[in-house]
Ligand binder design. Structure first.
Ligand SMILES: Nc1ncnc2c1ncn2[C@@H]1O[C@H](COP(=O)(O)OP(=O)(O)OP(=O)(O)O)[C@@H](O)[C@H]1O
Ligand SMILES: [Mg+2]
Length: 269
């Protein structure tokens, strides 16, 4: 029986650690022997660039699937679009810069919200986990991610302004949730935590007061090794297994896995 877990990482606010969260969790899963697919849904292609591919020059991306949907033509084989991320068990479905035009060109047509869900369904024998990295804006790509995911991670920087951005993101989740017939389970992940700063501790307290139910009870610390890992093109768990950021993401991973009931089990209960 196949059980593929599909998780999305999203927040409309930029620079909160979305790409880092997807790449680090992906690195941990791959190191644990899970066949893992990272999906870059951000037209800026940060995740694609992370693994040393050029979003201006990739041969194929999700763009071609949206195009096929719009034209009513047969979509290309999604398996053909996958790239080797250079780490055992880790594959990448890259972004291309052309994806920035999707909303304007094709966004409003029928069936556009389920392109990613359908593409992933065709890959479910090949992967154990899929992690999708969303752009910091609401559009057809984020709508697709929220429609396709079983769990949603919302990284939020532990500082006051980021909390405002979180409110906006939560409204988006509710709105899209209504359209897909239910809000996906979501987990708020405090990032860039620095316990020596007042900004971090105050923001964490506010998060606990307001969003306790949906808040992961721990934090991702500030760790300069994340940036070093990105320069090397490797997920942090592969670049430096001893870095403390790994321990935090490892704990997050176990917590998420404990939340997840595979679909087959949920049905038989
Ligand atoms: N916990 C952390 N400690 C220190 N630096 C971090 C941490 N998490 C991420 N970074 C660094 O901060 C920068 C922004 O992180 P990242 O790209 O993951 O954010 P993002 O939310 O994906 O941004 P965008 O909205 O632009 O897509 C990167 O240079 C990354 O290496
Ligand atoms: Mg990003």
């Amino acid at each position: 029986m196949t059980r593929m877990y599909v998780w999305a990482v999203a927040n409309q606010k930029g620079g909160v650690g979305k790409t880092t969260t997807a790449v680090t969790l992906g690195g941990l899963l791959a190191a644990a022997g899970r066949r893992t697919l990272l999906v870059d849904l951000d037209p800026q292609g940060s995740m694609t660039s992370y693994f040393r591919f050029n979003p201006d020059a990739v041969e194929g991306s999700l763009y071609s699937l949206f195009e096929a949907q719009a034209e009513g033509s047969v979509p290309p084989d999604t398996g053909q679009l996958l790239l080797d991320a250079g780490v055992q068990n880790l594959s990448l479905l890259p972004a291309s810069t052309a994806m920035a035009t999707l909303d304007r060109q094709l966004g409003a047509r029928d069936g556009m919200g389920l392109v990613v869900a359908r593409a992933l369904a065709r890959l479910q024998h090949r992967f154990d986990y899929v992690l999708m990295d969303c752009p910091p804006m609401l559009g057809v790509l984020m709508v697709n991610a929220l429609a396709a995911c079983q769990q949603l991670l919302v990284p939020v920087q532990t500082e006051f302004l980021a909390l405002k951005g979180l409110e906006r993101m939560l409204r988006t989740i509710q709105m899209i949730g209504r359209a897909r017939g239910g809000v996906p389970p979501y987990t708020i992940v405090p990032t860039f935590f620095d316990r020596r700063t007042r900004a971090s501790t105050d923001a964490l307290r506010a998060l606990r007061d307001q969003y306790g139910d949906h808040l992961w009870p721990r934090v991702i610390p500030v760790d300069t090794q994340f940036r070093e890992a990105s320069k090397s093109g490797l997920p942090l768990p592969v670049f430096n297994p001893q870095a403390r950021g790994n321990e935090a993401y490892g704990s997050l991973l176990r917590w998420l896995q404990a939340q997840d009931t595979p679909m087959a089990e949920a049905v038989s209960q």
